[in-house]
Design a protein around this ligand. Sequence first.
Ligand code: GCU
Length: 436
Amino acid sequence: MIPPIKSLEGNLGIRLFVGLFLFSILNGAEPADTNYLEEKVPKYRLPKLLKSDLKRAETVTEWYEKRRPELQTLLETHIYGKTPTRDLGPFQTRIIDIDPQALNGRATRKQISITIDDKLQLSIDLLVYLPNQAEEQVPCFMGLNFYGNQTVHADPKIRINPRWMAGKSEIGIKNNRATEATRGVYHERWQIERLIKRGYAVATAYCGDIDPDNYQHDFSDGIHPLFYRDNQSKPDPGEWGTIGAWAWGLSRILDYIIESESAINAKQVAVIGHSRLGKTALWAGAQDQRFGLVISNNSGCGGAALYRREFGERIHHMIKPVGYWFCGNHANFSHREQELPADQHMLLALVAPRPLYVASATEDQWADPKGEFLAALAASPVYELLGKTGLPSPQIPEPNTPVQGTIGYHLRNGAHAVTAYDWEQYLSFADRHFKR
Ligand code: GCU
């Protein structure tokens, strides 16, 4: 995930400095000012979710009509930016490949191209696997991937994504393009065979089809220009960044599924993402209430973790390398987390009353597992207001001991990753909520 240093502007010294900074953040050697001590977490007060502490005084109608939109506006204004409401669709879709005997006959593989804009050559390459043994409509896990659909399974028929991607030679990205060597490199993160066996469909697309995760970001090569006013050349400080664009893409994929994938139960689409794409899954699920279940895997700062704990990654750590994931206003709260008008319990509360799963990992302190847990706990009053259970544990559970109400949480032993263990929990959670 190291950016191509040669293309950074400036002299060699600056390039090396920026390169090292990015390298340290994106490869786990965190900046020296990172706090990992619980005793150094400041005393903080979360902004109120519900206007009254007596949550029963707040009616359900008030939540949906007033408070929910208010919270969404706060998150838009200060964190992710506003998603344009202009409807560019309907988009043309083209089935490029269909194989009813994929994965040794267990699944049907479909590859679909969703054209976003011909002139800008923007399209989403969607990969779908449907379980063949199903007798009725099936639920589906949907999420974006980091390096192209061909990374999620070794199936030789998956098209290799031809677009720019961030350099990662160890998985076979050469000159910012995917090679054959990338096939199946992230199969563990996706567990396609396991999902098919359990009767779930899977839909995935490369995040860079929507907006390339390019560290010299100027918003010129993704979907943002499609929404500019005359003479606008970059998003305004309150308009969406890259996470907003990725979340928009997830909603467009859901549009396609609703309209064209009759084998999938469109009310049972679980949106899932890991890390930056976990932040994205949460923002997509918060804005688009058609997603039936939302899963955040190790999403950390700007995802499920509470900003106010100032533990692990913080806003000022993000500005240089990846500030473009967020809106311009986000950077104003660098070193000022306590003044941020929103915090991430609000993001999680926007998923209510739909099932929400937040997962952390013990070695992923950069993402602040406890802050992820506490945000889920603090979102619970909204679930309760809406007649659901929220998170059924006031304490962070021991590692590998999931707690599951309508909000689920686990702290897996191990590193920043998506593993078979994580998927086992997501599957049992989805089975329960989708009543299978
Ligand atoms: C970096 C970044 C995190 C992000 C992660 C990822 O570590 O600091 O915020 O979640 O990359 O997406 O892999």
